[in-house]
Design a protein around this ligand. Structure first.
Ligand code: IVH
Length: 702
C-alpha cells in the first residue's frame, strides 16, 4: 500500500477515535448525547472495519478495545462536583456486540455452532434502555451497587440504589449463594420520565433527552431521597460468575426471581434463527405498548457450559449479541418557526410542522433547541425534516432531507430582538443560545418568574398561569413581593373572581408566607441554575440569606454540588440592586430567610417514632418528611425492626408493604397520620379549606 494511502487511513482512524471518545463522554458522563445511537454505532463500525483491515494500527486504548466509561471527573456538565467511592468489579463489566441487521444475528448463531460441539438453545430477552448496574448480595442482604464505570472499576451508588423501590434489600426464599453478583439495568419508566421533564422545564432546567439519560443522571445524584422520588426501576438479567449451580441462564434467572429479585418475564427460549426472528418481529411492535423504553433484543446462548466455552473478547461476550431497533422517525414539512422566551430569557426556536403520526401520536410542533442547532442542521423553511421522539415528551428535529429542498427555500431569520419586549438579544458564551437580557423588564420573563415563584415546589401558592396573567395585565403585580400586598378589592376585579376565591387566594398566600421553609424560598427566587437540590444545599450550608448574599466565589465553590457556573450565577444575582431590594421586601412581608427559624420542632407528637413513607400523598413527599421532622419524628428510607410504622399513600411499594407485614409493623394511611398531629389552625384552615373549586390549580398545602 502507498504511504499516502496508509497515512490517510491512519488519519481517519484517529479522527474516528477522537469523535467516538467525545461522543462516549457525552453519552456516559454528561448524559447529553449529541448524535443518535445509530450514528454512533456507524462510527464504531467504520473504525472496527478499518482496524480489522489494518491490525497493525490497533492500539490498546482504541474505543474498539474498551467499553465506554461513566466515571465522572470531579466536575460535571453542570459545573457541580460528583463524587462516589470507586470499587473494582469482581468480573469485568462488558458491553455487547450489536447489530441492526438480522443477517449478523445469523452469523452470530453460525459462529456459536462452529465453536461448540454440542447442541444448544438461545435465550432471547428485551434490551432495556437504561444504565447498567451490578448488585452484590452477601448472605442475602444487598451489600453494594456499582455502575459499570469503565468496565473494570465502577462508582459506588449503593445508597442511591437502596431508594429504588423494586430492588430488595434482603432476599427471600432459599438456595442463594453466600455472596453473588447480579447485573441488570436501571431505567426510568415513561410516566416518571414525563413527570420529571415537565418539572425540569417548568423550572427551566434542561430536560433530559430520553429516559436512558434521565436514569443514568438520576443514579448519579448526591441526594438518595431525590433518587427515590424519581421513580427509577430495575430489571436484572445476568448472574455473574463462572461456577453457578445452574445448567442454563434461564434457570439462573428463574432462581433469582424466586429470591425476590426483579427479573423480566418477557424472555423466550428459541431453538432456531426463525424463532429468534419471530421474537424480534413481535417485540419490535409490542414494545411500543410497554411502559418503559427498550432499544433492541439480546440473544444469549442459554446453556452455561456453552457460554463458558465461547468466552469473551476484550469487550464483549462471544455468547451474546444485541439486535438493535432503529429509533422511530417521521418525515414531514417545516411550515414556520416560532421563537419563545422562557423564564431565564433563553430564546427557543420551535418548529411548526405539517401534522404527522409518530409513535402513536400526531406531532405538530418540535423543538429546534437553540440557534446553534438550527445552524448545524442548516434548516430552511419548507424543508422536509426528520422528527424523532424516542421517549422524549417534546419531539425534536434530528435531520433535514436537503435533496427535497425546493429552489428558493428561505433560511429562517433568527430574531435579533426579543419577540416579547423588543430588547436586542445577546448570545451566550457557547454561542449556541440567544438570550433576552431584559431580565427584570421583559413581560414573558417577569410572568415566568412569578409562575415559578408560586409553583408547588417553591412557595406553593394556590394559583396558576391564568391568575398571574391577569394580575400582571391589570398592573397589580410586577415582582413576587407585590403578591403579598394584594388586597381583596383588587382581587375582586379579576375575571370571574368572587369573595370566596379571593379569600382562598389570600389565605394561601398567607400560608405560603408563614410555612415555606428557607430552602424553598431560595428556590422560589428563581436564581439561574439554583434548582431545588442546590437551594437545599445552600440553605443547609449558609443558614440564612445574609451569609449567602455576602459569600465570595471560593466560599460558594466549597459547598456540595456548587460548581463554577452556579457560583457565578449566584454572584451575579446578588450583585443587582433590584434583587436586593426585592429580598428586603419579601423579608418584610415575613418570608423565611433563615433556616434556624424552622429548626424548632412544632410538636413532639412523633417523638421517638421512626417512620418510613411509601407511595403518593396529597402533598409532596418532601412536605410529609418535613412534617415528620417538625413533629419530632425521624424519617427512614427502609423498613426494619426499628420502624415504628409505615406511612402508606396511594400505590405504596409492594416490597415495603411485604417487609412491614413480615416484621409486624403497622401500616397507616395519610388520614390516620394527620390525626396523630396536633390540630394546627394554620395547617387545617389552609390545608382543608382550599380543596374544591376556584382558581386553585395546584394541590393543597399540608
Ligand atoms: S446482557 C456480559 N441483557 O445493554 C454482558 N444486557 O449495549 C451482559 N442491556 O451493557 C449484558 N438489556 O447494560 C444484557 N437483557 C439484557 C440487556 C442488556 C440491556 C444493556 C447492558 C449492556 C448494554 C449493551
Amino acid at each position: 500500500m502507498e504511504t499516502a494511502d496508509i497515512n490517510g487511513i491512519r488519519k481517519r482512524i484517529e479522527e474516528l477515535r477522537t469523535s467516538i471518545r467525545e461522543n462516549n463522554r457525552r453519552y456516559y458522563v454528561e448524559n447529553d448525547p449529541v448524535i443518535s445511537d445509530y450514528d454512533f454505532d456507524m462510527l464504531m463500525n467504520e473504525l472496527a472495519v478499518l482496524e480489522k483491515a489494518h491490525p497493525e494500527l490497533v492500539t490498546p486504548d482504541s474505543p474498539t478495545q474498551k467499553v465506554g466509561s461513566d466515571l465522572r471527573d470531579r466536575t460535571g456538565q453542570d459545573g457541580a462536583r460528583h463524587e462516589f467511592a470507586q470499587y473494582p468489579h469482581k468480573y469485568p463489566m462488558l458491553s455487547l456486540g450489536n447489530t441492526y441487521d438480522i443477517s449478523e444475528v445469523e452469523a452470530f448463531a453460525d459462529r456459536a455452532r462452529k465453536g461448540l460441539d454440542t447442541s444448544f438453545t438461545f435465550c432471547c430477552e428485551l434490551k432495556f434502555d437504561g444504565t447498567a448496574i451490578c448488585l452484590t448480595y452477601r448472605k442475602g442482604v444487598l451489600f453494594r451497587a456499582l455502575t459499570r464505570g469503565d468496565g473494570i472499576v465502577g462508582d459506588d451508588v449503593t445508597e442511591n440504589v437502596r431508594h429504588i423501590y423494586n430492588i430488595p434489600q434482603k432476599l427471600e426464599g432459599s438456595g442463594y449463594p453466600d455472596e453473588f453478583e447480579i447485573r441488570g439495568e436501571i431505567y426510568m419508566p415513561y410516566t416518571a420520565f414525563d413527570r420529571l421533564n415537565e418539572e425540569r422545564m417548568r423550572d427551566e432546567d434542561q430536560p433530559f433527552a430520553n429516559p436512558r439519560n434521565a436514569a443514568s443522571g438520576s443514579l448519579k445524584l448526591l441526594d438518595p431521597d431525590e433518587v427515590g422520588r424519581r421513580g427509577l426501576e430495575c430489571t436484572l438479567y445476568h448472574l455473574a460468575g463462572g461456577d453457578l449451580p445452574f445448567a442454563t441462564h434461564d434457570e439462573a434467572l428463574k432462581a433469582a426471581a424466586s429470591w425476590g429479585l426483579p427479573i423480566s418475564d418477557k424472555r423466550r427460549i428459541c431453538h432456531s434463527i426463525e424463532e429468534i426472528e419471530e421474537y424480534i418481529t413481535y417485540w419490535d411492535k409490542a414494545r411500543k405498548a410497554l411502559p418503559f423504553a427498550t432499544d433492541g433484543i439480546v440473544i444469549k446462548i442459554n446453556e452455561l457450559p456453552c457460554q463458558k466455552e465461547l468466552g469473551y473478547t476484550a469487550k464483549f461476550p462471544r455468547w451474546a449479541v444485541a439486535y438493535k431497533f432503529k429509533a422511530e422517525q417521521a418525515l414531514t414539512r417545516l411550515l414556520s418557526i416560532d421563537y419563545q422566551v422562557g423564564r431565564t430569557g433563553a430564546v427557543t426556536p420551535v418548529a411548526n410542522l405539517e401534522p404527522v403520526l409518530l409513535s402513536g401520536t400526531t406531532v405538530k410542533r418540535a423543538t429546534l433547541h437553540n440557534y446553534g442547532q438550527m445552524h448545524l442542521l442548516d434548516i430552511h423553511i419548507g424543508d422536509y425534516v426528520y422528527v424523532e421522539k424516542g421517549g422524549e415528551i417534546i419531539p425534536k428535529i434530528t435531520g433535514v432531507d436537503t435533496d427535497r429542498r425546493e429552489p428558493g427555500a428561505q433560511m429562517p431569520v433568527f430574531p435579533d430582538k426579543c419577540p416579547d419586549c423588543g430588547t436586542p438579544l445577546v448570545k451566550d458564551e457557547g454561542e449556541a443560545r440567544y438570550f433576552c437580557p431584559n431580565q427584570d423588564g421583559c413581560p414573558t420573563q417577569i410572568k415566568g418568574k412569578l409562575v415559578h415563584f408560586i409553583s408547588r415546589k417553591a412557595m406553593n401558592v394556590l394559583a396558576g398561569d391564568a391568575t398571574i396573567d391577569q394580575l400582571y395585565s391589570l398592573g397589580y403585580v410586577r415582582t413576587p413581593a407585590d403578591l403579598y400586598s394584594l388586597t381583596k378589592t383588587q382581587l375582586l376585579t379579576l375575571d370571574g373572581w368572587k369573595d370566596k376565591s379571593a379569600r382562598r387566594f389570600l389565605d394561601s398566600l398567607e400560608a405560603s408566607r408563614k410555612t415555606t421553609s428557607f430552602d424553598h424560598v431560595l428556590f422560589a427566587l428563581g436564581i439561574r441554575y439554583v434548582g431545588e437540590t442546590t437551594a437545599k444545599s445552600l440553605a443547609r450550608h449558609f443558614g440564612n440569606i445574609d451569609a449567602l448574599m455576602h459569600a465570595d466565589r471560593d466560599t460558594l465553590l466549597s459547598v456540595d454540588d456548587i460548581g463554577e457556573v452556579v457560583a457565578d450565577s449566584i454572584l451575579d444575582y446578588f450583585s443587582k440592586p433590584a434583587h436586593l431590594e426585592e429580598i428586603r421586601r419579601l423579608e418584610q412581608a415575613g418570608l423565611k430567610f433563615s433556616a434556624e427559624e424552622e429548626s424548632e420542632p412544632k410538636s413532639s407528637a412523633l417523638e421517638r417514632k421512626t417512620i418510613v413513607i411509601s407511595g403518593n400523598f396529597s402533598v409532596s413527599r418532601d412536605e410529609i418528611k418535613e412534617t415528620i421532622q417538625r413533629n419530632g419524628g425521624k424519617n427512614s428510607s427502609s423498613v426494619s425492626g426499628k420502624t415504628s410504622f409505615l406511612l402508606a399513600g396511594e400505590k405504596p411499594g409492594p416490597e415495603k408493604l411485604k417487609k412491614a407485614a413480615s416484621l409486624n409493623i403497622p401500616v397507616i394511611s395519610e388520614e390516620e397520620f394527620r390525626k396523630m398531629l396536633p390540630q394546627d389552625p394554620e395547617n387545617t384552615e389552609s390545608g382543608t379549606s382550599v380543596h374544591g373549586t376556584g382558581p386553585a390549580d395546584q394541590p393543597t398545602l399540608f
